[in-house]
Design a protein around this ligand. Sequence first.
Ligand SMILES: *Cc1c(COP(=O)(O)O)cnc(C)c1O
Length: 244
Amino acid sequence: MASSSEAGPAALLKAVLERVHHSADRSGRDVNNIRVVAASKTKSVSSLRQVYDAGHRCFGENYVQEIIEKAPQLPEDIEWHFIGNLQSNKVKPLLAGVPNLAYVETVDDEKIANLLERAVAKIGRKPLKVFVEVNTSGETSKFGVEPAVCVDLAKHIVTNCPNLEFCGLMTIGMPDYSSTPENFKTLSNCRSEVCAALGISEAQCELSMGMTGDFERAIEMGSTTVRIGTAIFGRREYPPKEDK
Ligand SMILES: *Cc1c(COP(=O)(O)O)cnc(C)c1O
């Protein structure tokens, strides 16, 4: 019998979806309210294709150069999520290169929101769904707004960016998972503030949190979007390239 390290992405996906199911059951949540983004950075188009052929439609990429190379080689019904740090000069190529881009999960200042707004308006595509990225771990190296200003940014998007659809909040948390429960709690508290300020229900403000090492915990804590790479595709062999 093949060991799990030899299992291909389709089998690994199945195991991940089972774990998501169990976590949802354990926490009394409807599994249909939990989206799994297959985080595919550095992985080949053929690996993504195997996951697609296993029935999965939701993929996340971190680098503009990489997503604009891969997306045209894969079916159009993929729901692409951009989950990396987005630089100003990459907004136009991203939107032009990925017509089926559904979400940008990493909006972390008004400037990038305004650039996305203008680019979407100019292309004339359907509204782009966005999450506000929150730095919940307090690390200076992390992208994302401070929790205290997430309300301001969410308000800015709702008020001034008609071509963007504010969908919720996203966080990465501590990379070694040492304090992700606290980080997830912080994101959940941010949601309460945003919902109160915007007069929306919690169901209208998603939480994107949880990766390979902590997605079960994230689901218990209310995550609606888990972004899972390693558990589906195996370890990343090459260090990801930065967008230049
Ligand atoms: C790479 C990445 C993930 C997936 O990480 P794994 O630990 O491999 O599951 C999730 N979110 C973001 C923002 C990432 O860059």
